[in-house]
Design a protein around this ligand. Structure first.
Ligand code: SAM
Length: 253
């Protein structure tokens, strides 16, 4: 345990995660901005710019939540190309989060033919055919999944040969000691209190903090990605904001 947190038994984890996101769905976007001081927007922009989708990229955004990545993706394609036909499939295990994504997308000028919402578990994307996407993204989602290796092998399966896997996630290993200290105080003392005040739900945010600490460190996660069959370039990841977050990627060759 860290700082007195109770360990969550694995079989309970799925229920707990479901409950956390059902509880926070309506406050989710506001909470992200407050807790990350708006920095999650910079990370997500960097993420989509690194993905650099083409005009016809078919993307599957897993654990897509309220749709931030899908929306940035469509924005990028329409801004960059005069003629484009992108498509994004947003997958989430939680209907409330998908409903938030759906109403946000409906308020934007993108045709309905450019996105699909799919209620499914990242660990078994059974409705999704193999070899069907150019890119797979998962942002701040994989640490909520019970079996990371199942998520990775499903990612590998649904990508076309040549397809690209990209994961944006909080990382447990900071690259500077001072950041480590600040991060400890902020995540263990400040975030649960903000969760209580804004979302009236301290436990959910305490869970989120704990889930970041338990996630494999950058080196280990890169190994898991290779074990799923992906080919990685260089060490396989890029640290963002001194390792508070990281982007991991791999290709299905
Ligand atoms: N990608 C979005 C973003 O960056 O704003 C949402 C991230 S949110 C922190 C995590 C999302 O993962 C939630 O919407 C939750 O419902 C979803 N999730 C959790 N476990 C999942 C699973 N096993 N399969 C699919 N989605 C899952």
């Amino acid at each position: 345990t860290h700082f007195g947190f109770k360990e969550v038994p694995e079989k309970k984890k799925e229920d707990l995660v479901g409950q956390v996101f059902a509880n926070v769905a309506s406050k989710y976007d506001l909470m992200n901005d407050i807790m990350s001081l708006g920095i999650h927007r910079l990370w997500k922009n960097y993420f989509i710019n690194s993905l650099a989708p083409g005009p016809d990229t078919k993307l599957i955004d897993v654990a897509g939540g309220s749709g931030d990545i899908a929306i940035s993706f469509l924005k990028y394609c329409h801004k960059t190309y005069t003629s484009s036909s992108p498509h994004v499939t947003i997958v989430d295990i939680n209907q409330q989060m998908l409903s938030v994504a759906s109403s946000r997308l409906e308020s934007l000028p993108y045709p309905k033919s450019e996105y699909t919402l799919l209620l499914s578990n990242a660990e078994s994307l059974s409705p999704v055919p193999s070899d069907s996407f150019d890119a797979y993204t998962i942002a701040f989602g994989i640490r909520n999944c019970t079996h990371i290796s199942r998520v990775l092998s499903e990612a590998y399966r649904v990508l076309k040969p040549g397809g690209r896997f990209m994961c944006l996630e909080f990382a447990p290993k900071q690259s500077l000691a001072i950041i480590e200290k600040l991060y400890d105080v902020y995540s263990f003392d400040v975030i649960p209190v903000i969760g209580q005040v804004i979302a009236q739900d301290r436990d959910s945010y305490q869970y989120l903090v704990e889930s970041i600490r338990k996630f494999p460190q950058q080196e280990q996660f890169a190994e898991m990605i290779k074990n799923a069959g992906f080919v990685v370039m260089g060490k396989g990841w890029t640290d963002l904001s001194f390792g508070v977050s990281a982007i991991h990627e791999g290709f299905k060759i």
